[in-house]
Design a protein around this ligand. Structure first.
Ligand SMILES: [Zn+2]
Ligand SMILES: [Zn+2]
Length: 136
């Protein structure tokens, strides 16, 4: 996601873009992938030689429950702030790299289908949310 520095006027510049995560170098993981493009709403403001960026990013993901391994989907939403130093030689700011880094840092660590998910029986492997375990 790129903007030209000279397009950032006094009142700021708002840019909305849908970005496919893979185009930022974000590879789908076996247990986590975005199933919609990242919807990025970014506001750029210039203060002297600094460009401040406030970005809201949201999407939807597909994952599996960390306890019972059932597939699940969820909404993913984050707010990021970036700043960039600019001088007369810098014409374009690209926030794509920073968004990619923040994606990796902000992935949900342990996703559960429900807070009280009972998981799988270690003996027989049944999903204890749906079935009664038969082992002792
Ligand atoms: Zn579960
Ligand atoms: Zn069992």
């Amino acid at each position: 996601m790129k903007v030209r520095v000279r397009d950032i006027r006094l009142e700021g510049l708002e840019v909305t873009e849908d970005v496919v995560a893979e185009t930022l170098g974000f590879e789908p993981q076996f247990d986590f992938k975005f199933i919609k493009p990242l919807h990025v709403e970014a506001k750029f403001e210039r203060v002297d030689s600094t460009v401040l960026v406030y970005a809201d990013v949201n999407s939807r993901y597909e994952s599996v429950c960390a306890r019972c391994l059932e597939p699940l989907e969820g909404d993913w939403e984050k707010h990021f702030n970036f700043d960039y130093q600019v001088d007369s030689t810098i014409e374009v700011i690209d926030i794509g790299d920073d968004i990619r880094q923040e994606l990796f840092l902000n992935l949900p660590a342990r996703i559960l289908c429900q807070e009280k998910c009972k998981g799988l029986c270690v003996g027989c492997g049944v999903n204890l949310n749906n079935e009664k375990c038969k082992c002792k």
